[in-house]
Ligand binder design. Structure first.
Ligand code: FAD
Ligand code: NAD
Length: 490
């Protein structure tokens, strides 16, 4: 056993220090990737960097596995378990990849440059710079859509970034400790223990389910006098939650939430978030102010400023408010073919999901490999054609001509196929060790729900995690939480 562990440690340590990586090569084209999320990471993972210089710029120096973010928000998983430092991935590449922790501020598509700013707290003398690119991959994702509703930005918690999950966890624990404060009156206890989640999309549903689990598994034991008074309300403007799932799964979720005492308020719109309440427009259009301790906002996506600014450079083409328009090869519409856009920052016919972004990233890696191959063949062809006049021997000339023809054929055979999305199904955790799944099968869909689906959900996400390190950390946290419960300290 000790020998086995030794080999394992040796292999992983060795892995962390690649022998030799090719250095930056000014003769190669430079790809600048903006972002380190699903799209960018999938691209980087698959990309053959021997043919390009690659620079990755992101304000986060890690990849965040978003599907398990709500589990971090209630302490089932530790933050580190779902993060993968971008440099870990870059260390395996054939040519050294430049990873820059910075926020891209401006793209100049006409001079082909990107300007970015140091995003860290402690800044050096230089914190703002501009670099050129040959190809740019815009994969900056999206930010939370607040629709400009008063109070949302300042007073609600979000569930998009790692920091959001940490803020939510802290506020939730604050609400419980304040409710437990000696002498707190009943009305105030009920207010503090009322959690309102806005948005009946998958994010809102998963957050509600996770909070419910925290309540059932841990809070009931540690705060028996308060746990029964905790209320979770899910507010959704549309007539139903989870519109992307099949009808029977929507009904299953609604009935599970009913059993879990999570109130679903459909056809109800949040109009304002106040310090101690949320203002709702009810289905009959009446306005109701509901006291609450915390609001979690999961109202959907909106384009980031850098994306809106890029759209503004092509006002006659980039008119879709949902995000960047791309052609079926993921090239930015209106641009000269040097900019690609993938993931949540685009407006395509697909839903903004990790599945789409990662397939788009992997597709682009193949496109870049084809472009490199084409360039190499074209250079070879130019060289051969240039050398024809210098060849006098008839036999050698024939050989060269047939080699030229073969190279031309190889170039013509390089076909850039359009991006094709293969939907692998939709999965969501709904709490109480239950999940729902809509899986494509033959010409239709299989809908599955319950505890077995929950085990499938867990194994599917465990295998989707990018590294063995993350899989180990997540599996370990699940076991620790099962045995010892969630950590209540703040
Ligand atoms: P992101 O993954 O958001 O990455 C964007 C990257 O760009 C980040 O690294 C960010 O730091 C960086 N960035 C931001 N601004 C700049 C800038 N100015 N310059 C440079 N870099 C910048 N989808 C599923 O398919 N299945 C799921 O189960 C699922 N669960 C989810 C759960 C939650 C809680 C959330 C919030 C989303 C979930 N999604 C899921 C959706 C999925 O996370 C997104 O569709 C996916 O992250 C989109 O990938 P992306 O690469 O476009 O953007
Ligand atoms: P969403 O856009 O899917 O849902 C947001 C919901 O908020 C909408 O139903 C909208 O009607 C509602 N809403 C907006 N403003 C409101 C208001 N003022 N009052 C009441 N309701 C309001 O957003 P999401 O759930 O964050 O998901 C974003 C994307 O990420 C989606 O494409 C989703 O498929 C994907 N995602 C997938 C999973 C999964 O597959 N398990 C999990 C999370 C997110």
């Amino acid at each position: 056993l000790a020998g086995g562990i030794g080999v394992f440690v040796y292999v992983t340590q060795k892995d962390r220090h690649p022998g030799t990586q090719l250095p930056y090569d000014p003769a190669k084209k430079t790809i600048v990737i903006l972002g380190s999320g699903w799209g960018a990471t999938s691209l980087l993972k698959t990309l053959d960097t021997s043919e390009y210089n690659v620079v990755i710029i992101s304000p986060k120096n890690y990849f965040l596995f978003t599907p398990l973010l709500p589990s971090v928000a209630v302490g089932t998983l530790s933050p580190k378990a779902i993060l993968q430092p971008t440099r870990y991935l870059a260390r395996h590449k054939a040519r050294a990849v430049t990873v820059i922790e910075a926020e891209a501020k401006e793209i100049d598509p006409f001079n082909k440059t990107v300007t970015f700013e140091d995003d860290t707290e402690i800044k050096g003398e230089v914190s703002h710079t501009t670099i050129p690119y040959d190809y740019l991959v815009h994969a900056v994702g999206a930010e939370v859509q607040t629709f400009g509703i008063p109070g949302v930005q300042e007073k609600a918690c979000f569930m998009k970034e790692l920091a959001d999950a940490e803020i939510m966890q802290r506020r939730f624990k604050d609400c419980i400790e304040s409710a437990a404060f000696p002498g707190q009156d009943d009305t105030e206890i009920d207010r503090l223990l009322h959690i309102v989640i806005v948005g009946g999309g998958p994010t809102g549903i998963e957050v509600s389910g996770e909070i419910h689990d925290f309540l059932e598994d841990d809070l009931k034991a540690w705060y028996p006098e308060l746990a029964g008074r905790i209320r979770i309300s899910l507010v959704e403007a549309l007539p139903s939650v989870l519109p992307m799932f099949s009808k029977q799964l929507i009904e299953y979720t609604e009935s599970t939430f009913k059993e879990s005492k999570i109130d679903i308020l459909t056809k109800t719109m949040v109009k304002e978030v106040k310090d101690k309440s949320v203002v709702l427009q009810m289905p009959d259009k009446s306005i109701k102010e509901v006291p609450c301790g915390m609001v979690v906002w999961a109202g959907g996506n909106k384009g980031r400023k850098i994306t809106q600014d890029l759209m503004a450079k092509y006002p006659s083409v980039q008119t879709n408010r949902r995000g960047l328009s791309v052609d079926d090869h993921l090239r930015l519409a209106g641009a000269d073919g040097s900019i690609f856009a993938i993931g949540d920052c685009t407006s395509t016919s697909y839903a903004p999901t990790a599945q789409v972004a990662s397939q788009q990233g992997a597709y682009l890696a193949r496109v870049f490999a084809q472009m490199a191959k084409k360039t190499t063949l074209e250079e070879k062809l130019n060289q051969m054609e240039g050398s024809i006049p210098t060849v006098t021997n008839a036999e050698a000339k024939d050989r060269l001509s047939s080699e030229i023809e073969a190279t031309k054929k190889s170039i013509a055979n390089i076909k850039f196929r359009p991006f094709y999305y293969s939907h692998q199904g939709s999965l969501a955790y709904i709490g109480s060790d239950k999940a729902i799944a809509d899986l494509p099968f033959a010409n239709g869909n299989i809908a599955s729900a319950g505890v077995a689906t929950f085990l499938f959900w867990r194994s599917a996400y465990l295998s989707t995690l990018f590294s063995l390190r993350n899989r180990t950390l997540v599996a370990n946290d699940w076991i620790i939480t099962k045995i010892f419960g969630r950590d209540l300290s703040r």
